[in-house]
Write a protein of this length. Structure first.
Length: 174
């Protein structure tokens, strides 16, 4: 964890704001993939994640309330009760086919950055309604998909995922 009290939280330079478009299964490995979409274009970034993290994301996307708090709900409750705000999450790097993320937090006037797996950061962002950013360099490394037009986006994305190598994008590793 790092602390930076010099200035308020701001949008990371050379980063793109994205949203969770949905989840799907990799057609070849049957591993879950979370799909991020650039809010201002039709650029998509698939990130392979674990089954449990996919479940946590899916529950939130679908608005399912569980009888007891799941791990990311518990994290949100801890943070809220302590007065900590999740200001944003950032998919910060892609190295050796592994994505890295940061959770940016504020407490009073102090800012904190915590290293995280992207799947956990995304699950927490969905629960706290924090904005999601991806560094442009990560998008460039991952060869994000750009779909022209909104028609048939899901079908084009599925076709593209069937043809692309997971090693080209960064794949969740158990």
């Amino acid at each position: 964890m790092t602390t930076d009290e010099s200035e308020p939280t701001k949008v990371p330079t050379e980063s793109i704001r994205m949203e969770v478009k949905g989840l799907m299964l990799d057609p070849t490995s049957n591993l879950p993939i979370v799909i991020l979409r650039d809010e201002s274009s039709n650029s998509f970034l698939p990130i392979w994640i674990g089954v449990f993290e996919a479940n946590a994301i899916a529950l939130r996307i679908e608005g399912v309330e569980t009888p007891r708090p799941m791990t990311h709900d518990l994290m949100r409750s801890f943070l809220e009760d302590l007065g900590v705000t999740v200001t944003q999450i950032l998919i910060s790097d892609l190295r050796d086919n592994t994505f890295f993320a940061e959770i940016h937090l504020t407490l009073d006037q102090r800012r904190f950055t915590i290293d995280s797996r992207p799947s956990d950061a995304l699950a927490l962002a969905l629960r706290t309604e924090a904005p999601i950013f991806v560094r442009q360099a990560v998008l460039d490394k991952a060869q994000s998909i750009d779909l022209a037009g909104n028609l048939e986006d899901d079908e084009r994305l599925k076709k593209w995922l069937e043809d692309v190598s997971p090693e080209d994008l960064g794949k969740y590793k158990m």
